[in-house]
Ligand binder design. Structure first.
Ligand SMILES: [Fe+2]
Length: 358
C-alpha cells in the first residue's frame, strides 16, 4: 500500500488558534484512507523522523486516520513511544479504558484545567503524552490547548523567572480519608487510595519515597503530601530551557486568573459567572482556611507566598503562547511532555478524550 502524509498549509485541517504559532502542533493528515494499520506501519517505518518532529514542534496531531477504538489508540501510541506507563500520581480522576489508556479527566466539564506538563512534580515525569478524541466536544469548547514551555521560559518576566528558579516550588496536597469524600465538595482531591491504588500506608510511603513526596498522615487517615520541584529544566534532548512546573495548577489564584482569561477569550454569561464563582471561591478559601490545609496549594520552595502578581506574569507568558485547536473525532495528538504543556477548556455536552503516557 502506498500512503503519503501531507501537511496542508491551508484548509480544514489547519488549526484555528488563539494566537497563530504556525508550528504547534505539526499536523500529519491522512492522504487517502490509510486507517489505523496504515498509520501504524508508517510510524514504525519513520520512527526517527517522528521523534525528530515531535521534539522540534512539541506536538504532532494525526488527523483523518479514523481511530475509533481505545486499543488502536494504544497501538498508535506504542508505535511512537513503546514505554507506556499506567501509574498516575496526578490530580485528575481517570477511568481505565485499557491497561494503558484512560479517560483524560473526570473533573466536571465547567472546570478548566490550567496548562501544565504531565506529572511535572514526580521524580521521572512522562516524556510523551498522547490524547485521542473518541467524541469531539461542541464547537468552540473543550479543546486541549497546547503551550510551548520553551517559549514560556523565554517570554516570562526575567525578574519573576529568577525568583522561581532561585527558590523552586513547594506543593501541598490534602487528601481526605478514604470513604470521607463529600459529594458536594467540587474542590476536594480524589481519594488518596485511588491515586496510589492501595489503602496500605507502607505501600503509599514506599511510592512517596520513590517520587520524593513527604507523606503526613492525619489521625483520621487523611493524607497531606508535600513535594518540591524546580521551576524549570533543560530539555533532555536539546538542552533548551523549559518552564516545567505545576504552579499554574496548584496556586490559589488560578481559579480567578484562568477563568478571567477564558471569559475574555469566550465572553458569555456562563463564562462570566464561572469567573465570578472562581474569584469568590479564591477569596473565601483564603479567608477561611490556613493555606496549607487547602485541597491544593503551592508556595515558593522556601515556604514564602508566591504573590498573585508573579502568577499573573506566569499566566501571561503561558496565554501568550497558547494554541487552541478544535478536536475532530478520531484525532490522535502526540506531545513531547519535556517541552510542551497541555490544559483543558470548559465544555458542555458530550466529550470523550482519552490519554496515555510514556
Ligand atoms: Fe494533564
Amino acid at each position: 500500500m502506498k500512503m503519503e502524509m501531507a501537511e496542508p498549509a491551508t484548509g480544514p485541517t489547519q488549526p484555528s488558534t488563539y494566537r497563530s504559532q504556525g508550528e504547534l502542533p505539526r499536523v500529519i493528515h491522512a492522504d487517502g484512507n490509510p486507517g489505523v494499520e496504515g498509520l501504524i506501519s508508517w510510524l514504525t517505518g519513520q520512527a526517527d523522523y517522528v521523534r525528530d518532529q515531535l521534539t522540534r514542534h512539541g506536538a504532532i496531531l494525526f488527523r483523518g486516520f479514523d481511530v475509533t477504538e481505545a486499543n488502536d489508540f494504544e497501538r498508535i501510541a506504542r508505535a511512537i513511544d513503546d514505554g507506556l506507563q499506567s501509574e498516575y500520581l496526578g490530580l485528575s480522576p481517570r477511568n481505565a479504558l485499557t491497561d494503558y489508556v484512560f479517560t483524560a479527566s473526570e473533573i466536571p466539564s465547567l472546570f478548566p484545567i490550567p496548562e501544565h506538563n504531565e506529572m511535572s512534580f514526580v521524580a521521572h515525569p512522562p516524556r510523551s503524552v498522547f490524547f485521542w478524541c473518541k467524541s469531539e466536544p461542541a464547537a468552540g469548547s473543550g479543546e486541549t490547548p497546547l503551550v510551548d514551555m520553551r517559549n514560556v521560559y523565554k517570554d516570562l518576566d526575567p525578574e519573576v523567572r529568577e525568583r522561581f528558579e532561585r527558590r523552586g516550588i513547594r506543593i501541598v496536597r490534602n487528601y481526605r480519608a478514604p470513604g470521607k469524600q463529600r459529594p458536594w465538595d467540587l474542590t476536594q482531591l480524589k481519594p488518596w487510595a485511588d491515586m496510589f491504588q492501595t489503602t496500605d500506608h507502607a505501600i503509599v510511603e514506599e511510592k512517596c519515597a520513590r517520587e520524593n513526596f513527604t507523606p503526613i498522615w492525619g489521625e483520621d487517615n487523611s493524607l497531606k503530601l508535600l513535594s518540591f520541584q524546580p521551576a524549570a529544566k533543560a530539555h533532555p534532548r536539546t538542552g533548551e530551557m523549559v518552564w516545567f512546573n505545576h504552579a499554574a495548577v496548584f496556586h490559589t489564584s488560578n481559579g480567578d486568573g484562568e477563568l478571567r482569561r477564558i471569559f475574555l477569550l469566550r465572553p458569555s454569561l456562563r463564562s462570566f459567572l464561572a469567573w465570578i464563582a472562581g474569584k469568590t471561591y479564591t477569596v473565601a478559601q483564603r479567608r477561611l482556611r490556613n493555606s496549607d490545609d487547602l485541597p491544593m496549594h503551592c508556595t515558593y520552595g522556601d515556604g514564602t507566598i508566591i504573590p498573585d502578581s508573579d502568577m499573573e506574569a506566569v499566566r501571561d507568558a503561558i496565554w501568550k503562547n497558547l494554541v487552541i485547536t478544535p478536536w475532530k473525532n478520531g484525532d490522535v495528538l502526540a506531545i513531547d511532555n519535556d517541552s510542551t504543556g497541555h490544559g483543558r477548556l470548559p465544555f458542555l455536552g458530550p466529550r470523550m478524550i482519552a490519554v496515555a503516557w510514556a
